[in-house]
Design a protein around this ligand. Structure first.
Ligand code: PLP
Length: 387
């Protein structure tokens, strides 16, 4: 195997070299407990302060609005459960979409079992929520709405400004939580300007370490912890802080954000190039990611084959992709996202997610196309039927 081609960046990204070096340095030299009163503790505390500022700067937020968590899953849980627990009189109705990540959907399922009225807003063929359905769902009892900014399987971007408008019209007291795990660091996100109250981030999607993330909580919004203990993170998230992880996340956020525009231009070019080549070479392939989607994610259906078989053939050539989302790939069920978008079973079975980073090159995508040209005729069900 010559060169590894990593096209699974929505599952996780390769950490930046400088982030890895920084994590090693912090682990080695700044191992104090940030709660300790001596200099070792204060040094560690100051490093967290720096990372909080780095993260806040990306969102143009106040560092006091940033709470470090163990990642996107915890941030999503904390946002939804924490808000509803802190505001029991806010209402018993909550809204999300059919294409959310399991770390939101499962929380909503749990809340439904506790007696909350739940609405799941459907999406159109591009994966965008149906605003009319949202308009019909919001009522005076709505306490919270949770929508992802960019979908992890197809890259569909939700119209947050329209969601905010509907909230203002129909239930101004409802809060909006945005799962920005796939979009953070890739497109500009300024929660204050967007008029949203809660926003989840994860470090390992932006070339930072795994097991660390953050929740933005707008100043003045009350939220209760879901973990109890020593009262770290202003009592919202107890547990000795993951100092190396937090520092790695802060640096990754700053590094990614400083190149956001260039990266977006580069990756948009890569998406255009790749889709052009797919259309040129595979007549019956269907692109499930719309032109307006986050360019980092390109979901393609190749009919008449099983995506898992294609994935493993590509892997043998050193090319790493995903079928749907890696987070739930151990489940054999079909992608709930593609299903909600109205993609037929035949096309869901052959769906592959190519997810990019700014580190990918056109040459890598060319090699991938050539590999697909070799593999697909061999594994296609139609072909096998003939021989
Ligand atoms: N939300 C979205 C949209 C995701 O894509 C993911 C991970 O794939 C998560 C949440 C969970 O993040 P984490 O892996 O940091 O728990």
């Amino acid at each position: 195997m010559s060169h590894e081609i990593y096209l699974d960046n929505s599952a996780t990204t390769k950490p930046y070299d400088e982030v890895v070096q920084y994590i090693v340095e912090v682990s080695r030299s700044y191992y104090g407990n940030p709660s300790s009163l001596h200099t070792k503790g204060i040094e560690a505390e100051n490093l967290i302060k720096k990372a909080r500022l780095q993260t806040a700067n990306v969102l143009r937020a106040d560092p006091k609005e940033i709470y470090f968590t163990s990642g996107g899953t915890e941030s999503n849980n904390l946002a939804v459960l924490g808000y509803l627990r802190a505001n029991p009189r806010a209402g018993k109705h909550i809204i999300t979409s059919e294409i959310e990540h399991p770390s939101v959907l499962e929380v909503f399922k749990h809340l439904a079992s506790e007696g909350f009225r739940v609405d799941y807003i459907p999406v159109d063929t591009r994966g965008t929520i149906r605003l009319e359905a949202l308009r019909n769902a919001v009522d005076s009892e709505t306490a919270l709405m949770s929508f992802m900014l960019a979908n992890n399987e197809v890259g569909a971007i939700q119209p947050v400004s329209e969601i905010v408008k509907i909230r203002k019209e129909l239930c101004p007291s409802a809060v909006i939580h945005i799962d920005a795990v796939q979009a953070f660091g890739k497109i500009p996100i300024y929660p204050a300007g967007m008029n949203i109250e809660l926003l989840s981030m994860s470090s390992h999607k932006i070339h930072g370490p795994k097991g660390i993330g953050a929740l933005y909580v707008k100043k003045g919004v009350r939220i209760k912890p879901i973990l109890f203990g020593g009262g770290q993170e202003t009592a919202l998230r107890s547990g000795t802080e993951n100092v190396p992880g937090i520092c790695g996340f802060g640096l990754a956020a700053e590094t990614t954000a400083s190149a956001m525009e260039d990266n977006l231009t580069k990756v948009s070019g890569l998406k255009e190039f790749f889709i052009g080549k797919i259309k040129e070479n595979f007549e019956d392939a269907v692109i499930n990611s719309s032109d307006e989607a986050l360019p980092y994610i390109i979901n393609v259906s190749f009919p008449n084959l099983k995506s898992e078989v294609l994935l493993h053939h590509l892997e043998q050539k050193g090319i790493f992709v995903s079928t749907g989302s890696a987070c739930s790939s151990h489940k054999s069920s079909q992608s709930h996202v593609l299903k909600a978008m109205g993609v037929s079973a035949k096309y869901i079975d052959g769906a592959i997610r190519f997810s990019l980073s700014a580190q990918n090159t056109p040459e890598e995508l060319d090699t991938t196309i050539n590999s697909l040209k070799e593999i697909i005729p061999v594994i296609s069900i139609k072909h096998r039927g003939k021989v």
